[in-house]
Design a binder for this molecule. Sequence first.
Ligand code: RP5
Length: 345
Amino acid sequence: MLVARAAWALSIPLTIGALLVPQCPRAPATCSLLLSCLTSSPSGGGTVGNRSPGLCSSAARSASMASGAHVKARCPVYPGSQTRRFPVPDDKVSWETEWPEYLPPSYTAPSVLARPAWADPDISSFSPYFNALDGTVDRTSHEGEYRVEDGKPLNPHGRTGLTERGLLGRWGPNHAADPIVTRWKRDGAGHSVIHSESHLPVLQFVAIMRKDCGEWAIPGGMVDPGERVSLTLQREFSEEALNLLAVNPEERAWLRDRIASLFASPGFQVYEGYVDDPRNTDNAWMETVAVNFHDQSGDSVSELPLQAGDDAGQVSWMDIDSTLSYYANHSLFLEMVAKERHAHW
Ligand code: RP5
């Protein structure tokens, strides 16, 4: 994990009970192997939507990364391209620091310039309402008001060494949602596994290996315009971790039922804010709402038949552990879940 850790002291007790999902014949796979990549090629995407009033936000936290500069957003080579970022040292990340020598290259991926439905036009040919709900496109930031200079929004976490949009569709914030589905790790006898060093129980979460870069990640995705975050969480989990769109109709109906039960619980909102994503630029960046859905008893979500779909190359239950690396700053969200549930980290 390369970003600075925040000191988490969530003190509000959780109210999430066990999630009740009937038994499924297929056993989930388990895995604790991790790959890592910093400069590979995440896919585009770029739609935004509504905040969700359905989420439990009693212990929600806007976990600003202000205490530590973004790191992955300054990766030397922009993902999916040959474009090298202008190197930005830690002490020059802040826009408040004068730096006349800063001359970053511009880059917008051909897939974005082709104007798919999820992408904005070029800034010269339209007039977006920044820091506002712009029609169905949410251009507000979880981080508060961002600056707009020469008609272009400025990354609230500072310089990235690259201007324009890169692989991201929207100028300014590109909103995503990340469902963190967890259970306790159990041994063959069904007892919770205690970590030998921390002496705390080990949590597992449903992870996907992203096709675009091979990194393990939370199965999140972009919020469509006008879509509630609670629906995005459910849709992305269904498509990426259960491959709902590809299963036969009979199994699909069974799965829909189980998924509805899982996401009927309000979940525990762990994080909302900026994502230290390698696709970020000076003018376009990722933000997310991360929500934890926990299977306390181990007999509900654990029984769901994991199958990779959409952007996922693989899917697996994976141990939550600080020594493993994950896409963007997903480690930060997992750490928050572990701390909140008094689990090993
Ligand atoms: C990350 O990118 C978010 O945290 C989320 O997991 C993901 C969404 O982008 P796509 O998977 O749709 O490319 O920044």
